[in-house]
Structures are given as structure tokens and as C-alpha cells.
Design a protein around this ligand. Structure first.
Ligand code: COA
Length: 376
């Protein structure tokens, strides 16, 4: 008999910023920027030396992505055509960092839902694509703020950070290195989004999620058994961000647009959909699960069309909103947090024995699957 500790998800937590930007507000701000740019460069545009900027449109954004609004930590500066970036007071090193603050809020929510005290947790993984600084690790700051005695570290696998974090936490539990692990994904994506780029200015939103992964013996009666996890990476330049400390080595290009998020969205769409659909079906086969019998898919939230296609290939029919819930309409793409928000907001109604899938995919490329079954 296998006596290795069995990892489960005890609870999840969510922090949602109060402020939200609608597509209408976003497009009005972007188009004001475009008008100002074209007016300021009228002579050069006329002479053919500068290309005029083209306006954005609400219709395009909704049709191409399914996004209608997104939450942000600071709305006014993002919408100010003179700024188009987040702005807030720099905090002293002694004060809690803003990224840690929202991570702590999500973590506290997860702990409260599990009926767990922070002192019972052994480890914190800050699994996110947008770290505020290289060190000290955001995870250690979150650990300290929560009062956890143990270990913590950061891990960045872009949009798949949370599922990679869940597998890492599950492996610590299986190996007996920890009994209770918090996987925290604070994503302040508004800092790396180029709000002046027509092709991507509508994509991202800010949020934080937390997943409490624990040994089954410790978990509350109502929890989610982790049936299996699988990770995959395939190198691609189609989603890239060249920001880093080595930018100092070539100061002339330190502020070029590739130091923010850039992507070939159409290529990503075409390449990632078949890769992820196949990965899900293969992993379901390995676990002896009929993919068509999955009760719900909590997919990465980047594009409604991608999710429609992936869900169809996995389930064998067009998925209903109940089978593949969407949160990107109001949250936008929240990077690693997307599939966890979907799970957090759309899992309470499932019954004991129902099986579902948390699945992420994104830059790297990276993809992760976590098959879960409701218990208790
Ligand atoms: N407003 C109006 N028109 C726009 C626009 C905007 N904001 N942005 C682009 N367009 C235009 C383009 O100029 C192009 O016009 P053309 O056909 O005349 O050349 C047309 O719309 C199509 O542009 P394209 O960039 O090919 O759009 P798309 O249909 O591929 O949608 C994405 C763009 C980003 C929404 C989509 O590709 C996507 O979501 N891909 C997946 C990305 C993903 O998962 N990334 C993971 C990130 S973590």
C-alpha cells in the first residue's frame, strides 16, 4: 500500500483591486494619446518620416479577446494619456512591498477559508510572472508578513507560474518536506504592459490569488484531491519581455518597447491551442480519466476563442459557460492567476466526486495541468 503523504488543495484565496477600467475608458484614453501623437508629429507624418498611429476600438478588443474590463492597482495614471503607466508612492524598505501586500491579502483569504492559522504553514512559494525585485524574495517577505516559520522562495514561469507552483508544493508534500504550502500569485501586470501598444494595450489586469496545498490528513473535510499534475515547456520568442538588470549593459536600448510585454498574438493562439489540448488529453489518459466526462475546466484566461477551441477538443463538444467558466471578461488576462480565479469563483457548486481540470498556458511556452476531484 502506498503510504506517501497525499497532497490536496485545502482552499484558495483572491484579492481583487477596487479599481476597474472598462474597454470604453481604455479606448478613449488610447485614442486621445494617438490624436496627440499624430498632431505633434503632423509635419513628419506629412513628410513620410513618421508613421501615424492608428486608433484602437472597443469592438475589436471584445471580438478578438473577449475582454470587457480589467482591474488595476492605479486607474488614473494608466488612463492619463500623458502617463499611461501605473504610479504610486515609492515605499520604504521597512514597509510591506505593494506586490507582497496583495499576495498577503489573497493568502489570508485562503487561510481563513481553510480554517488554518499561518503558523501551521511550512512554506510559501511566490509563483508569479511579475516580481517587483530580484531579492530578497517576495515569498520571504510574504512569509514574514504572515508570521510563517519555514522556507519561501520565488518562482517565475510566466502565465504557468501557479500550476508549476502547485506541482512543486504537491511534490514537497509527497516527499515529506512540508505538510502545508501556500502558493501565492500576486500579479501587478499593469507594470509590464505597454499601454501605448495598440496590439496589446487591452490585455492585462492586476490581481492576486493563493492556493493552499496540504497533506490530506491535515486538510479540512471539504477539499480537492489532486489526482495528477503535469508540466510542459517549449521555448518560444512569441511572448517575450526583455526587461532585466543586464539592460544596463546597453543603455541606448534600455527603454525600447521590448523591455515591456510583447507578443505575436496570432502565432501564440495557433501554436498553443493544439499543444495544450493534446497535453490535457494525454494526461487524462495517463490518469485513467475520460476527458469528455470532466465536470468543469478552469482554463488559463488569455483569450475566449482559445478557451473555446481547447475546451471543444477536450470535451468533444462546444463547452457551456458552466463547463468552462470565463473570468477574463471582467479580469482581463491576469497571467498566472487566471485559471486560479476561475477555480476560486466557480467551484463551490460542484459535488463530491466531481472531477475537473485547472490548466494554465503562456509565455515560455509553458503549460501546466492539475486534475482535481472534490472531496468531503
Ligand atoms: N483596435 C483595432 N484594431 C486593432 C487593434 C486594436 N486595438 N489591434 C490590432 N488591430 C487590427 C490589426 O491592425 C489587424 O488589422 P489588419 O487585419 O487590417 O492588418 C487586425 O486588427 C488583426 O490584428 P491581430 O493582432 O492579428 O489580432 P488578433 O485577432 O490575433 O487578436 C489578440 C489579437 C492578442 C487578442 C489574440 O491574438 C490573442 O489573444 N492571442 C493569444 C495571446 C495569448 O494567449 N497570449 C498569452 C499571453 S500571456
Amino acid at each position: 500500500m502506498d503510504t506517501a503523504p497525499r497532497p490536496v488543495i485545502s482552499a484558495t484565496g483572491l484579492f481583487t483591486p477596487e479599481e476597474s477600467i472598462s474597454n470604453e475608458e481604455l479606448v478613449a484614453s488610447f485614442n486621445a494619446y494617438v490624436e496627440r501623437f499624430n498632431a505633434a508629429n503632423a509635419a513628419a507624418i506629412e513628410a513620410g518620416e513618421v508613421r501615424p498611429l492608428e486608433p484602437s476600438s472597443v469592438e475589436f478588443i471584445e471580438k478578438a479577446s473577449g475582454i470587457k474590463s480589467r482591474h488595476v492597482m492605479a486607474k488614473a495614471p494608466v488612463l492619463d494619456p500623458e502617463i499611461m503607466a501605473p504610479r504610486w508612492e515609492e515605499r520604504a524598505d521597512e514597509d510591506l512591498s505593494i506586490l507582497a501586500e496583495i499576495g498577503v491579502a489573497a493568502a489570508r483569504d485562503a487561510l481563513a477559508r481553510a480554517g488554518r492559522e499561518a503558523r501551521d504553514v511550512d512554506a510559501v512559494l511566490c509563483a508569479a510572472s511579475n516580481m517587483q525585485r530580484p531579492y530578497p524574495a517576495m515569498a520571504i517577505e510574504i512569509q514574514q508578513a504572515l508570521g510563517i516559520d519555514g522556507f519561501a522562495f520565488d518562482m517565475n514561469v510566466a502565465c504557468s507560474s501557479a500550476t508549476f507552483g502547485i506541482q512543486t508544493a504537491a511534490d514537497y508534500i509527497r516527499a515529506g518536506h512540508a505538510r502545508s504550502v501556500l502558493v501565492v500569485s500576486p500579479e501587478i501586470t499593469s507594470g509590464h504592459l505597454n499601454w501605448r501598444d495598440r496590439a496589446s494595450h487591452f490585455i492585462f489586469g492586476d490581481v492576486a490569488t493563493a492556493v493552499l496545498v496540504e497533506e490530506a490528513d491535515l486538510a479540512p473535510t471539504a477539499h480537492w484531491d489532486i489526482l495528477g499534475t503535469r508540466l510542459k515547456t517549449v521555448f518560444s520568442n512569441n511572448i517575450r519581455n526583455n526587461f532585466g538588470f543586464l539592460n544596463r549593459a546597453h543603455p541606448d536600448t534600455a527603454d525600447t518597447p521590448d523591455k515591456l510585454f510583447v507578443q505575436e498574438g496570432r502565432k501564440v493562439f495557433k501554436e498553443v491551442v493544439p499543444m495544450v489540448a493534446q497535453m490535457i488529453v494525454d494526461e487524462a489518459g495517463r490518469l485513467g480519466i475520460d476527458p469528455q466526462a470532466l465536470r468543469r475546466l478552469w482554463l488559463h484566461q488569455a483569450n475566449a476563442g482559445m478557451n473555446r477551441l481547447i475546451a471543444q477538443r477536450v470535451l468533444g463538444h462546444e463547452a457551456s459557460a458552466d463547463e468552462s467558466p470565463t473570468v477574463l471578461d471582467t479580469y482581463g488576462n491576469t497571467s498566472s492567476a487566471g485559471s486560479i480565479i476561475a477555480f476560486h469563483l466557480h467551484s463551490a457548486d460542484l459535488r463530491e466526486g466531481d472531477t475537473g481540470l485547472i490548466c494554465s498556458f503562456g509565455a515560455g511556452y509553458s503549460a501546466g495541468t492539475v486534475f482535481v476531484r472534490k472531496a468531503g
